[in-house]
Design a protein around this ligand. Structure first.
Ligand SMILES: Nc1nc2c(ncn2[C@@H]2O[C@H](COP(=O)(O)OP(=O)(O)OP(=O)(O)O)[C@@H](O)[C@H]2O)c(=O)[nH]1
Ligand SMILES: [Mg+2]
Ligand SMILES: [Zn+2]
Length: 289
């Protein structure tokens, strides 16, 4: 029987099949092959007389993220807060680039606009060519904003701890009640911080809440080559072939068409400075890291 892993806790995997959710164990050989089943994996299972099952095979993955640990993601809602915690655009741009290069559609979500109605962030990301949602999960009904995206495939929420990922999912009207943290002044992170990744059925698709960055490191950059990084910046794409030198890093070269576009206001400055920081980080990663 075929199914989809909705969650994995304490060695058990909960697999959605046509006949309902089956509690499954993994067999030893997955560990031997060094493949760990992940939420979002399509699997074949065998169901025993007592109704429990075990995983037989993990079907080919379309993509895989280590942090958050998820397979076969179609769309990533990258959430930042307009304020509290202060937005970290380097994180947003880093995840967006990783998503682009893995074939995951990024959607930029700016939450808590009640705390900073004039935030420039939705404008920055809309001008950079992203689908952008601005809301206050405290005040707004999230369903009409998110359901047109969620209705196809698997959507995941990611972002720093305390930005309101669980709060948004609670406002989707699914009847799911996820624990939501209070942002403490001192550490700016929730007490009911999300600890598990789990797929929840929503509007014909699935959504995954994930733990925020303070409890998980975000995806390693070593998955990207420095030459490839600029292809993760969709706003750079119209310019990268017009630079004077082949192999231009787009960080400081004379005759760089990307830098010219930044100076002309066609590319957002914050996007280019994130790119330069990421480029510096990748440059120093040795192949054996
Ligand atoms: N003012 C305001 N507060 C919000 C909004 N959305 C969420 N919060 C609050 O922000 C805090 C953190 O929200 P969570 O939904 O737990 O954040 P999270 O992103 O799931 O955090 P982790 O699970 O730790 O990654 C809670 O106290 C929420 O009530 C909003 O739109 N405006
Ligand atoms: Mg949460
Ligand atoms: Zn260039």
């Amino acid at each position: 029987m075929e199914g989809l892993i909705l969650k994995g806790i304490g060695g058990f995997y909960y697999v959605k099949t046509d006949g309902g959710v089956v509690e499954c164990r993994a067999r030893g050989r997955f560990r031997k092959d060094n493949i760990k089943p992940a939420v979002g994996d399509r699997v074949t299972i065998s169901v025993q007389d007592d109704g429990t099952g075990y995983l037989l095979e993990i079907l080919d993955r379309k993509n895989y993220m280590i942090r958050p640990p998820l397979a076969n993601i179609d769309r990533m809602f990258i959430v930042a807060a307009a304020a509290s915690p202060e937005p970290n655009l380097l994180f947003v741009d880093k995840i967006a680039a990783i998503c682009e290069l893995k074939g995951i559609d990024p959607v930029i979500v700016i939450n808590k606009i009640d705390l900073f109605p004039g935030t420039p962030l939705p404008g920055i990301y809309a001008r950079a060519g992203f689908e952008t949602i601005a809301l206050s999960a405290e005040r707004d009904d999230a369903a009409p904003l998110f359901s047109p995206y969620i209705k196809n495939g698997v959507s995941a929420f990611t972002g720093a701890s305390g930005v309101g990922k669980s709060s948004i999912i609670n406002r989707l009207g699914l009847g799911a009640e996820l624990l939501v943290g209070g942002v403490s002044k001192r550490i700016e992170r929730g007490r009911h911080t999300t600890r598990h990744v789990e797929l929840i059925e929503a509007y014909g698709g699935y959504v995954a809440d994930t733990p925020g960055f303070s409890s998980y490191d975000i995806e390693r950059l070593s998955v990207i080559d420095k030459e490839e990084l600029c292809r993760g910046f969709r706003d750079f794409l119209p310019y990268i072939d017009d630079c004077r030198f082949t192999g231009c890093s787009h960080t400081k070269e004379k005759g760089c068409a990307v830098i010219a576009a930044v100076n002309e206001g066609k590319i957002e400055k914050t996007r280019h400075s994130s790119y330069c920081s990421l480029y510096e980080q990748i440059k120093d990663i040795k192949p054996w890291d």
